[in-house]
Design a protein around this ligand. Structure first.
Ligand code: TXA
Ligand code: MG
Length: 339
């Protein structure tokens, strides 16, 4: 599928140039792509996802060489991070270049940009450049995760079809995603302010610090114990329709019994092997964060579709290497149970 002469790619480029939507794999999750320079095409993304128009999208590029088309006053840290991590699961928030439609940035003066590492995504982006790109010769593909707003991100082409059905006419199939959770987002747009981590992901704050010589500001949920935390509102996101809650390992057996006594069918998501009573359905994920992240969304999706009344998720370790997974689980639990 990574062959740029693949007819699907030529067709994908034609559709993007015509203002249509094309879903494609990235190493993190599948994206729902449109010509980032075409406001009508971008509007189709928001319609297909049911996403509020003030939520900004990430613009995907073939390489850092195209950054100047989309961002202005690019700080040295951005070039250094691009050099270190692109192609890869890192999104940079930078000041928006004048030609970037506000539809992409949700009306903000900043823009999110990344170069994805999946060979098929890169082949698509390069074919797009070769074909002259989109409107005004700009070569960026705006793409949020290819799920309905607030729901579980797709990590397989089949998930995209389940989520979006006919709303997307072409889905490039690149197999299951390797990382499995969305990119790390770092905000470098604030003059005179330190870089700020907006979304944890596969690339850690420590890896970012190694490159730019400064630890990014962390969200409250990731501050070390002892640092005062402000309890902020949590965006419900990545959520199954079935109610879901996190349960510490020693409490799972009891939680299952309690739900069963109330006549409920339980799904459980584990990463260790505690002795448990029988349940309606269960999924086992690896006990290390990378493998867990890779399988997480597919497992949640399956548990959501298995006719459970509740999904009990074994709580994960509260140590920094699990921060990105912890973020997704908290949000999924928070948004779960709404049809
Ligand atoms: O891994 C990923 O980043 C995937 C793949 C497809 O690339 N994309 C993705 O997009 O997760 P989406 O739209 O589901 O999430 C984009 C996130 C949102 O939380 C949005 O608020 C943030 O990026 N974002 C985008 N532009 C921003 C900006 N200018 N300022 C602040 N946040 C921004
Ligand atoms: Mg998303």
């Amino acid at each position: 599928m990574s062959d740029p002469r693949n007819p699907d790619l030529a067709e994908a480029v034609r559709r993007l140039q015509a203002g249509d939507l094309v879903a494609f794999p990235t190493e993190t999750v599948y994206g729902l792509g449109a010509d980032a320079a075409n406001p009508q095409a971008v509007a189709r993304i928001f319609a297909a996802k049911g996403r509020p128009a003030d939520h900004p999208l990430i613009v995907h590029l073939a390489g850092a060489g195209h950054l100047d088309q989309w961002a202005r006053d690019i700080p040295q840290e951005a070039w250094d991070l691009a050099e270190a991590f692109w192609p890869g699961p890192l999104t940079l928030i930078l000041k928006r270049a004048p030609g970037v439609p506000k539809a992409v940035t949700g009306g903000q003066d900043t823009v999110g940009i990344r170069v994805p590492a999946h060979p098929l995504a890169l082949a698509l982006l390069r074919a797009y450049v070769q074909a002259g790109g989109g409107r005004n010769g700009l070569c960026g593909i705006a793409a949020p995760s290819a799920n309905r707003f607030g729901r579980i991100s797709p990590t397989d082409a089949e998930h995209v079809r389940e989520e979006l059905g006919d709303a997307v006419s072409l889905v490039l199939d690149g197999g299951p995603c390797d990382v499995g959770i969305e990119s790390t987002i770092i905000d470098l747009s604030r003059d005179g302010m330190p870089p700020r981590l907006l979304r944890p992901g596969h690339i850690t704050p420590e890896q970012i610090e190694e490159v730019i010589g400064e630890m990014p500001e962390l969200p409250d949920t990731m501050k070390p114990a002892g640092v005062p935390r402000v309890s902020g509102s949590l965006d419900a996101h990545y959520a199954p329709r079935t109610p879901m809650c996190l349960v510490p390992t020693p409490g799972i057996a009891e939680a299952i019994e309690k739900e069963k006594r109330a006549g409920k069918r339980c799904g459980v998501l584990l990463h260790t092997a505690p002795p448990l009573p029988p349940v309606h359905s269960h999924r086992q994920l690896p006990g290390a964060p990378d493998g867990y992240a890779r399988g997480l969304y597919a497992a949640l999706r399956e548990l959501d579709q298995a006719g459970n009344d509740i999904i009990l998720v074994e709580a994960i370790p509260t140590i920094p290497t699990w921060d990105a997974v912890a973020d997704r689980l908290r949000r999924a639990a928070c948004g779960s149970g709404t049809a």
